[in-house]
Design a protein around this ligand. Structure first.
Ligand code: GLN
Length: 224
């Protein structure tokens, strides 16, 4: 019997509780992550919406950045929504801001203008080879202005990319946790399950690689 999937939700700021609820509805164990050391115990991580400037500040205060880079380098999936996407994108404008740069996208913050600060829409995603309708809630959302060659667009609204994936990094400009529809979270859970199977096949049972990185300072820091 394998352990249930444990998926962390970065719980520094923003609407992490609703993500935890959506993950629980998908049958995985959500874990609120407040310290970098907790990343060792989760198979994937959701970075929720909120205020990206504040989140960036909290990430650096709590020394999350090297731990997140290592988490990503180990192939553990990360899903960023809205401000979470802004933190993960390679390039951020309006205004420019530093980021983890784990997905090759350029995003413009607060890009829908004042008239449409928040709105709901229906878009279409292609997930696991199937076209599915997705309910989308946009709140002071960013827009994706450039998509790098290694990035796959998974959902569009009005022909504009709103959800994308590069390897183990999934992002959405909207808030799937604010709808009753768990399609997007279920897709992320599936990514996390496959990644865990891949790690187990490559490195045997458990998280030996992670423990090694934890114990051996020489194995740290080269992940970016
Ligand atoms: N406008 C916010 C930012 O730039 C993101 C909003 C959200 O996460 N809903 O950080």
């Amino acid at each position: 019997m394998t352990d249930p999937l444990r998926i962390g939700v970065l719980a520094l700021q923003g609407d992490f509780a609703l993500h935890a609820r959506a993950l629980a509805r998908c049958g995985v164990e959500p874990v609120e992550v407040r310290k970098p050391a907790q990343l060792a115990d989760v198979d994937g991580l959701v970075i929720p919406g909120g205020e990206s400037t504040t989140l960036l500040h909290l990430l650096s205060t709590w020394e999350f950045v090297p731990a997140l880079e290592r988490f990503h380098a180990e192939g553990r999936p990360v899903f960023g929504t809205c401000a979470g996407l802004i933190l993960l994108a390679r390039e951020v404008t309006s205004p420019a801001q530093s980021s983890l740069a784990l997905i090759d996208l350029a995003v413009e913050r607060n890009a829908y203008g004042r008239q449409r600060e928040s709105f709901e829409a229906r878009g279409e995603a292609v997930l696991g080879g199937r076209r599915v309708p997705v309910e989308m809630v946009f709140i002071r959302a960013p827009r994706i202005r450039r998509v790098g060659p290694g990035v796959e667009v998974l959902a569009r609204r009005d022909d504009e990319p709103v959800m994308a994936r590069q390897g183990s990094v999934l992002v959405a400009t909207f808030h799937p946790e604010l709808t009753a529809d768990v399609t997007v979270h279920a897709h992320f859970c599936e990514m996390v399950r496959r990644a865990r199977e891949g790690r187990a096949a490559a490195g045997g049972p458990g998280d030996a690689g992670h423990e090694r990185a934890e114990l051996d300072p020489a194995a740290r820091g080269g992940a970016a």
